[in-house]
Write a protein that binds this ligand. Structure first.
Ligand code: PAF
Length: 282
């Protein structure tokens, strides 16, 4: 695997690939890789794409009081994991390579209607930061395919919209959430959970499943169901941030006419913020 840290080395490496017939597959990450990320890489490799992973803990998507400093970083072991999968290229820039000297970036990508609720309510600039860095990565790498995990469902929808609105000719792939046996969705942040918190954390997915079951059984009192779910999470020791039953396309709170739903949830365990979701058709 070739590792590059500068945009010029990245462009140079990819220029050769673009002259061949090979398609480029991109897997953007913030590192501390787990099986969920590796499946994205393997999916690109399985399609015989020249596979580019990126590792960049993007400061633009963290709020002032968020966990940028404590975000788990493990570049050396990430590199080994990527090597093992057969990934072709790793782009791992630092902040000044990505954004120039502090604060010099003046442009941002915003997808307002999809970004203002759910995670966007608690983390107001988060999706602007995500969409901006993803736009930059798309422009730098010019991939034919891009792979994202569906654990970040809202992020996925925003990137889908961004690709359509800004005319990127990129095929987007959303891969299913990878879970531990306990049901807990794999996340880089799980490594910040204490052993006690790890025992509580699966409650989030259990609650999502129970709520999905209630809806499948015909309960359409969505706002009451959401409220009950939050109470139940609190009783189990989690501090719910939101628990919203939504239309899976618009991400607006669902009404009785909506048939394709997603239940989006986020909850804190101490300082660790976990997110998860389930989709369902009624
Ligand atoms: O999902 C993530 O890890 C990040 O939000 C992403 C897409 C790599 C942008 O920094």
């Amino acid at each position: 695997m070739l590792t590059v840290t500068t945009k010029s080395d990245l462009r140079q490496a990819l220029q050769k690939i673009r002259l061949s017939d090979e398609k480029i597959g991109l897997v953007p990450t913030m590192g501390n890789l787990h099986e969920g990320h590796l499946r994205l890489v393997r999916a690109a490799l399985a399609e015989r794409q020249y596979t580019v992973a990126t590792i960049f803990v993007n400061p633009l998507q963290f709020g002032k009081n968020e966990d940028l400093k404590n975000y788990p970083r493990s570049l050396e072991s990430d590199k080994s994991l990527l090597e093992e999968t057969g990934c072709d290229l790793l782009f791992a820039p630092d902040n000044s390579e990505m954004y120039g000297s502090a604060g010099s970036i003046k442009t941002s990508t915003i997808v307002p209607s999809l970004a203002q609720n759910h995670c966007g309510k608690t983390r107001p600039k988060h999706f602007e930061g995500v969409a901006t860095v993803v736009t930059k990565l798309f422009n730098l790498i010019l991939p034919h395919h891009a792979y994202f995990g569906l654990k970040d469902f809202q992020q996925y929808r925003i990137i889908e919209q961004l690709i359509a609105d800004l005319d990127f000719t990129i095929q987007l792939h959303g891969l299913p959430i990878v879970r531990e046996d306990s049901g807990l969705a794999l996340s880089s942040r799980n490594s910040n959970l204490s052993s006690k918190q790890r025992l509580i954390a699966p409650a989030l997915f259990q609650q999502l499943q129970q709520t999905a079951k209630l809806i499948q059984q015909g309960n359409q009192e969505f706002r009451k169901v959401e409220k009950d779910a939050k109470h139940s999470l609190k009783a189990k020791g989690m501090m719910p941030d939101y628990f919203n039953i939504c239309d899976a396309r618009s991400l607006e709170l669902a009404s009785h006419n909506d048939k394709e739903l997603v239940i989006l949830a986020a909850a804190f365990l101490g300082d660790v913020r976990l997110i998860d979701n389930v989709t369902l058709k009624i």
